[in-house]
Write a protein that binds this ligand. Sequence first.
Ligand SMILES: Nc1ncnc2c1ncn2[C@@H]1O[C@H](COP(=O)(O)OP(=O)(O)OP(=O)(O)O)[C@@H](O)[C@H]1O
Ligand SMILES: [Mg+2]
Length: 260
Amino acid sequence: MKIIAISNQKGGVGKTTTAINLSTALAAIGQKVLVIDLDPQGNASTGLGINYNQREKTIYDILSGQVEIQSAIHQTNISNLSIIPSTVDLSGIEPELAHETDRAYVLKNIFNSTQALDDFDFVFIDCPPALSLLTVMAMTLANSIIVPLQCEFFALEGLSQLIKTIERVKNNLNPNLHIDGIVLTMFDGRNKLSSQVAEDVKTHLKEQVYETIIPRNVRVSEAPSFGMPALIYDHRASGSQAYIRLANEIIKQNNNQEAA
Ligand SMILES: Nc1ncnc2c1ncn2[C@@H]1O[C@H](COP(=O)(O)OP(=O)(O)OP(=O)(O)O)[C@@H](O)[C@H]1O
Ligand SMILES: [Mg+2]
């Protein structure tokens, strides 16, 4: 079982879209996948078809010790794919935990105390757009991190701050934490700037960048309003196909990491 946090404090770079579609692509090839929606916006929950009235047990309830993990795991309409949803309630957890000295470990301690995750091959944590306690909790629990980076002018801005946070978590809370890779998102081949940014990022960050680039694709942006991953909404769309390639790249990477 591998736990991967999908994180970038920049908003709207494709974290949730990547969490949804990468997990769907992995589930489609038989991997058992859990998404933890760790963002009070609840976008991953919506995008995976969990309506508000179905979210009676959420990640907030788990973090505040009110329910067992198992009871908050919702099966989605996609086989092999489950989710622990969130609602805006989750924004209350940071002030509630503010006085706890071990607050960074809360998520990890809860998950380590059960076998609830043992059934899964992959757990993806969809992080909020902030280097906040929620993100630090995700990084403390995770084995590794995937960073979506949008192909636009300010793509690299803030990346050094993100890397510093990851280093800090690694040094103080989770010694084996590492970045699995950076995934370029919303690439527009007709836009010179987009190509320039993709090239720059690959030059600077080299093998840290996944070969697969996710194109900007209207089908990908339409899908969440139907409560469906793009891969189900239109599996032939360029964005869906890209997430299938990314999933294969991640499986290969995972096999290599295990063999090493
Ligand atoms: N490949 C894509 N093609 C077209 N639109 C996309 C693509 N990826 C993401 N989007 C759209 O861009 C917007 C932001 O994406 P997303 O919600 O995944 O980003 P995020 O990083 O999770 O945002 P936040 O920081 O608010 O959590 C959404 O409207 C989404 O539908
Ligand atoms: Mg999001």
